[in-house]
Design a protein around this ligand. Structure first.
Ligand SMILES: [Fe+2]
Length: 296
């Protein structure tokens, strides 16, 4: 579990004894052990992912394969739009509920619409790509389940009206886990590109201290019954990152046919965007159980 509303994760006594610190260190050691069982770095892109916590690989698929994938994905996005018009605004503020349909589901983060569309045959097969599989293992030591794979359309909303929590810097959870976006359409600075702090996936002493401080506040939030602050996806201010000696964040506008893989234990956020702009990507969230020592 990552959320501090859990009675064990948020236990005051156990946390005083260093539970959070120990969970982080154990999970880190296990993912390293799993990686050693499953994969060795072979090229510059893989080394980049290990050293910096993310990598963007342009021209990932050969041109003809990309063209077929692009056609399939555009077709699926259009079919979904035909079936269910893109909703203008969320009904509730914050991290909305999923609105399910035959083609997939819609969910709002603040004013940003996330449309998750069931992948077609080519998109479905993407996680079996051998180069991609190696990258997933480099982060977690585990193969990604193709079931966690979607065609993902993002429609940027008006931040001034309803803020989107995904646009604040955060890390997803307390162990190495991976997200990927294989962009079908190009992403410009206006479209809300991925923003990542290079090297922030490393468990340094400064990071451990920060983690412990955040865990302490989350435990206090649990005692005070403050739900929002009990989240396990800790938020971070830019000044705190600077104090930890981390470099400035970078945003990654990319052409179509680019694969972005990130270790989301590192700090990241969704980039600022012009309202109404869209992104279309294959997307997957690979978060295997952190305490299983066997790689796969
Ligand atoms: Fe995230």
């Amino acid at each position: 579990m990552k959320v501090f509303s859990d009675p064990w994760v948020g236990h005051p006594g156990l946390n005083r004894m260093g539970l959070h610190r120990k969970r982080l260190k154990t999970a880190q050691a296990i993912s390293r052990f799993r990686r050693a069982q499953t994969v060795r770095v072979r090229d510059a892109d893989e080394q980049h992912l290990l050293d910096h916590g993310f990598v963007a690989i342009e021209n990932f698929l050969p041109t003809d394969e990309f063209a077929a994938m692009e056609a399939e994905c555009h077709g699926a996005a259009e079919a979904a739009a035909q079936a269910t018009a893109i909703p203008e605004k969320p009904e509730v503020w914050g991290f909305g509920d999923s609105d399910r349909h035959d083609w997939g589901f819609d969910r709002f983060d603040g004013s940003t619409l996330n449309r998750f569309i069931k992948p077609g045959p080519l998109a479905k097969a993407f996680p079996r790509n051998p180069r991609f599989k190696r990258l997933a293992r480099l982060v977690t030591g585990k193969t990604m389940s193709p079931r966690r794979n979607w065609l993902y359309q993002t429609v940027n909303g008006d931040e001034a009206e309803i803020p989107d929590q995904q646009r604040e810097f955060h890390r997803d959870t307390f162990f190495n886990c991976m997200k990927y976006w294989y962009f079908i359409d190009p992403v410009t600075e206006d479209d809300g590109p991925f923003v990542y702090v290079p090297g922030s996936h490393k468990l340094t002493l400064e990071r451990l201290d920060w983690e412990e401080k955040k865990a302490q506040s989350a435990v206090e939030a649990r005692i005070a019954k403050n739900r929002r602050e009990m989240t396990g996806s800790f938020r971070i201010e830019e000044s705190e990152m600077e104090a930890m000696g981390l470099p400035p964040a970078q945003s990654y506008p990319v052409p179509g046919n680019t694969l972005v893989v990130a270790n989301v234990f590192g700090f990241h956020r969704r980039g600022d965007a012009v309202p109404g702009t869209r992104r279309l990507a294959l997307y997957g969230n690979h978060r295997p159980q952190p305490f299983i020592p066997f790689g796969s």
